[in-house]
Write a protein that binds this ligand. Structure first.
Ligand SMILES: NC(=O)c1ccc[n+]([C@@H]2O[C@H](COP(=O)([O-])OP(=O)(O)OC[C@H]3O[C@@H](n4cnc5c(N)ncnc54)[C@H](OP(=O)(O)O)[C@@H]3O)[C@@H](O)[C@H]2O)c1
Length: 326
């Protein structure tokens, strides 16, 4: 495994992060996720591979992902050896502190996450989205207070417009509050809209990108049209705005991944992940494993240097689109 600083912060993370949205109670939200038993070989492999950066969220499995991660932290690894990331924003219950980024929600949700994770600190506490219903000053001061209380070490953000992120960072600086060190954004061969505005901003501010769905939820890790896994059969094809998660034209990109993978004799996931990793603003893509061999393929991507010709064939067919899920 390789390790890097998260942006220009002092926090050292593995260059591949373990996505814990794959774990939880399948009766809650996502039917394809793995329980403690199913997750065990994946946690063990993460530890063997040196993948020390683990990402979950309060909303995953409505808290059950955090509970599984909490048990894994005691069973398979030393707590201090892991950089533990979780998130808040999405609705955990109907009450005033159940969702969003108000001071009330921040204080309630951080304590609820700590309880489920069974730990006394979170390394990277992330806002899952921008909250248009709370003043940015209120959110940034509350998050700062969470850091000062020792409940979180660093702050991160996830999927929003670049102007919203810039506003939050500026507000933190103006108030003398803690700034975000990471941006968890959707980025893969078939979702490249972050290249327009966000990545330039992150580079200028020394913020590390930790892309979610770097394999486009598996779509660039298997031949076009193949849907043999449980997740592939039940995953939505549009986001909650009805925006398509992939376009017909993406087939040319997936075909290019397959061709390069066959020529090199490696799994498609390794090629697709190598492409994400080569972007200098990317600190660590967050892979979502559902089978034990998935993490090994992600880690092996660190050994691949794509040629200019390969990069051209992967990038040329891309068609711009609206970002999804925010
Ligand atoms: N901040 C946010 O809004 C947000 C949103 C989504 C996710 N996330 C985070 O990002 C993490 C990753 O998201 P994701 O699961 O969508 O990411 P992903 O890595 O793009 O997709 C994971 C899927 O890709 C397939 N896959 C992974 N490795 C493979 C391999 N080596 N060979 C073949 N197929 C492979 C599997 O599909 P099959 O199961 O179909 O085989 C797996 O379910 C989550 O766990 C979560 O921590 C954050």
């Amino acid at each position: 495994m390789e390790y890097t600083r998260l942006g220009t912060s002092g926090l050292k993370v593995s260059r591949i992060a373990l996505g814990c949205m794959s774990f939880g109670d399948p009766a809650k939200r996502l039917p394809w996720v793995l329980d403690d038993h199913g997750a065990e070989p994946i946690f063990r492999q993460a530890v063997e591979l040196g993948i020390t950066f683990w990402d979950t969220a309060n909303i995953y499995g409505l808290g059950t992902s955090e509970e599984i991660v909490g048990r894994a932290l005691r069973k398979y690894v030393h707590r201090d050896d892991v950089v533990l990331a979780t998130k808040l924003f999405q609705p955990m219950h109907q009450g005033p502190g159940g969702a969003g980024l108000s001071r009330k929600a921040v204080m309630e949700q951080v304590d609820a996450s700590l309880r489920r994770l069974d730990t006394d600190y979170i390394d990277l506490y992330q806002i899952h989205r921008f909250d248009p219903e709370t003043p940015v000053e209120e959110t940034m001061e509350a998050l700062h207070d969470v850091v000062k209380a020792g409940k979180a070490r660093y702050l991160g953000a996830s999927s929003m417009w670049a102007w919203q992120f810039a506003t939050m960072q500026h507000t933190a600086q103006a108030g003398g509050w803690t700034r975000f060190v990471s941006m968890q954004d959707q980025y893969s061969l078939i979702h490249r809209e972050e290249e327009r505005e966000m990545f330039g901003l992150l580079a200028a501010q020394g913020v590390g990108s930790i892309p979610w769905s770097p394999l486009a939820a598996g779509r660039v890790a298997r031949p076009w049209g193949e849907r043999s896994s449980h997740r592939a059969q039940v995953d939505p094809v549009v986001d909650f705005h009805g925006r398509p998660l992939f376009l017909d034209s993406d087939q040319a990109i997936v075909d290019a991944v397959q061709r390069i993978a066959e020529d090199r004799g490696v799994p498609m996931a390794q090629v697709a992940m190598a492409w994400v990793l080569k972007n200098p603003v990317v600190s660590a893509p967050i892979v979502g494993p559902t089978k034990p061999h998935h993490l090994a393929a992600a880690a092996a991507a660190l050994d691949i240097r794509l040629t200019d010709e390969e990069i051209r064939s992967l990038e040329e067919p891309y068609v711009p689109r609206m970002p999804t899920y925010f």
